[in-house]
Design a protein around this ligand. Structure first.
Ligand SMILES: CC(=O)N[C@@H](Cc1ccc2ccccc2c1)C(=O)O
Ligand SMILES: [Mg+2]
Length: 367
């Protein structure tokens, strides 16, 4: 197929409640969506980058610039393309994986829709429903945290993940563990700790956590190795794992024994599937991370999370965890699970009325 146009859409979506992490407090998503118009039909991809470069070095305005000035021109000039060749086509651009992922996903969506193949079929899903966990932000006080967690447990979430940072860790984790009994529980520090905190983090061992996610900065593999050797709780990496190559490296060096896979962080769903395969080979369980995606990205994540080695509940929460109304039909939690879409491509349709109503500026059409 040939790509005849690339459209960049920006949508402002308020969050149903503030989401606070060690790197800041979010109250809305500034979402960049990519639509490719091809000779076989349209396809959509969602860019997971945040408004500011505080989770990783990418941010939404930067991603839009990279797509506009580098990726879209390369795609439009390429003639015949296939999703499997997009990573190579974009290799001349270093990094910028979230920008690349959004465009590759749009091409994959157009290609699989035209072929009548769902993402789940394309990835080799082995189930029709995926177990869902939920990520809970830092709260003003433990009481508010417990009320939010109780609500998620009532909704049926199969795993609770708490954001932690220095000064907000042992006390909230202890309180939540007491509240939820033996419901699965894990924590995510988003790089907020340092080597000096290793002994302190060892105190989390008493709470029987599934894992501790990315306690140190992305590049500091040695300290993750030191922590893994010092504590019982398994170490899980998120920000550090940006490719299958790196997954292989950090696992081999003992820095992580569980991996959070996010297609946007690693350059797309094809690389995400390769990381799944590397981890399966090495006997390392994986789970699907989240970047507060709309239903467009959520649909693709749920299909990815249905691959065999995704054996832990992911952050593929229901649409209403983040949005009062979603850009697609909402993903609704049933018995702690989300259904894997079965339609061609991502299996979801973008609601054109809301796309127009929530647009923060007119779409940019590149031809
Ligand atoms: C569900 C979850 O915890 N996600 C990220 C952190 C995160 C937090 C806030 C975000 C706001 C806008 C876009 C992406 C974001 C990602 C994580 O696992 O580390
Ligand atoms: Mg994380």
């Amino acid at each position: 197929m040939r790509v005849e146009a690339v459209e960049l859409h920006r949508v402002a979506m308020p969050l149903v409640r503030p989401f606070e992490t060690s790197f800041g407090r979010q109250t809305a998503r500034d979402v960049l969506l990519v639509r490719v118009r091809t000779t076989v039909g349209d396809g959509w991809g969602e860019c997971v980058a945040m408004a500011d470069p505080v989770y990783s070095s990418e941010y939404v305005d930067g991603c839009e610039a990279v797509i506009r000035h580098y990726l879209a021109p390369a795609l439009l000039a390429a003639g015949e393309v296939a999703a499997e060749g997009i990573a190579a086509l974009f290799a001349f651009v270093v990094g910028n994986r979230m920008a690349k992922a959004a465009v590759e996903t749009a091409v994959l969506d157009a290609q699989t829709r035209a072929a009548g193949v769902s993402f789940g079929e394309y990835f080799g899903a082995d189930r029709e429903f995926v177990d869902c966990g939920v990520s809970v932000g830092i709260a003003p006080a433990v009481e508010e945290l417990l009320a939010e967690v109780a609500g998620y447990v009532d909704e049926g979430y199969r795993r609770i993940k708490l954001k932690i940072k220095p000064g907000w860790d042992l006390e909230p984790v202890r309180a939540v563990r007491e509240l939820i009994g033996d419901t699965l529980l894990q924590v995510d520090a988003n790089t907020a700790y340092t080597r000096a905190d290793i002994e302190h983090l060892g105190l989390l061992d008493e709470f029987g956590l599934l894992l501790i996610e990315q306690p140190f900065v992305e590049e500091d593999i040695l300290t993750h190795i030191a922590l893994a050797e010092a504590i019982e709780t398994p170490v899980c990496l998120d920000e550090s794992v940006v490719s299958a190559e790196l997954a292989f490296d950090v696992i081999g060096r003992g820095a992580t024994s569980i991996v959070n896979i996010k297609a946007g962080r690693v350059g797309g769903y094809l690389e995400a599937a390769r990381i799944h395969d590397v981890c399966a080979e090495l006997g390392v369980p994986v789970w699907c991370g989240g970047m507060l995606e709309t239903g467009i990205g959520r649909a693709a994540n749920v299909a990815l999370a249905a691959m065999e080695n995704f054996t832990l509940p992911g952050d593929t929460s229901a649409s209403n965890r983040y949005f009062a109304e979603d850009l697609t039909e909402p993903f609704v939690l049933v018995d702690g699970r989300l259904a894997v879409p079965t339609g061609p491509g991502s299996g979801v349709e973008v609601r054109a009325d809301l796309l127009r109503a929530w647009a923060s500026r007119p779409p940019l059409e590149l031809t």
